[in-house]
Unconditional design. Structure first.
Ligand code: 13P
Length: 253
């Protein structure tokens, strides 16, 4: 059985106080309302990681994640944060290759391989993002585009390494636009991703990899999207900044 995961990507939002309030609310609501086996991951900005970790406390189903890490292990890289630093403060997950990092910080497939390597080498579970821009979707080349992203960044890893990677499919045209992919569009791509992974790593391994959907996922569309067989959860942006909405999305499973 593959893991069901709902991860909140806070992006560059919230002061320390706001992050603490949001975390406390989520922790309390999850304790009272969430039954079952969904894994919840909070991905605040770097500076809030330790305070969020403290507030998560012993909640066994809530984990800490970062939004990025360096592809280098240590050294003279001003402003960067290494995977070993993240592991040392109790992070379990790290988002890698978000489309905003690819677009604004010019992260390319090869560099992303290095980041995944660093994450795995420091026992962090990478949440590897992929997804196509609107013009590619309109041309009907979305499956080809996304599978190529996976090939270029991930196909050099061993089966043992691949098993630890979570995939997040986030169509760029659906991020922050309020225009979510339909559940059929999500299922089509998730199934194509799984088939692509099966071609390289085998069917059994591919069937164990969690593939999350991201892009304008809200309480009123999550249930429909999560009901699809190859959708194993969500990577949530805007709605993860509102405790009620985020917990309602978790409860959609
Ligand atoms: P929104 O949920 O705000 O569309 O963002 C999705 C996202 O980019 C999560 O990583």
């Amino acid at each position: 059985m593959r893991k069901k995961i709902v991860a909140g990507n806070w992006k560059m939002n919230g002061t320390l106080e706001e992050g603490q309030k949001l975390t406390s609310e989520i922790v309390n609501m999850v304790k009272d309302e969430v039954k079952g086996e969904v894994i919840i991951v909070l991905n605040p900005p770097y500076v809030h990681l330790q305070s969020v970790k403290k507030l998560i406390g012993d909640a066994g189903n809530i984990f800490l994640g970062a939004q990025n890490c360096s592809d280098k292990s240590a050294g003279a890289y001003t402003g960067e944060v290494s995977a070993s630093m993240l592991a040392s403060i109790g992070a379990s997950y790290v988002i890698i290759g978000h489309s905003e990092r690819r677009e604004y910080f010019k992260e390319a497939n090869e560099e992303l391989t290095g980041k995944v390597k660093q994450a795995l080498g420091n026992r962090l579970l990478p949440i590897f993002c992929c997804g196509e821009p609107l013009e590619i979707r309109e041309k009907g080349n979305h499956v080809e585009y996304v599978t190529q992203q996976l090939t270029e960044s991930l196909f050099g890893f061993s089966e043992g390494e691949m098993k630890k990677i979570v995939i997040a499919y986030e169509p760029i045209w659906a991020i922050g636009t309020g225009k979510t992919a339909s559940s059929e569009q999500a299922q089509e791509m998730h199934a194509a991703i799984r088939k692509h992974l099966a071609g390289k790593f085998g069917k059994a391994l591919a069937s164990e990899i969690s593939i999350l959907y991201g892009g304008s996922c809200k309480p009123d569309n999550a249930e429909e999207i999560f009901s699809k067989p190859d959708v194993d959860g969500g990577l949530i942006g805007g709605a993860s900044l509102k405790s009620r909405d985020f917990v309602d999305i978790i409860k959609s499973f």
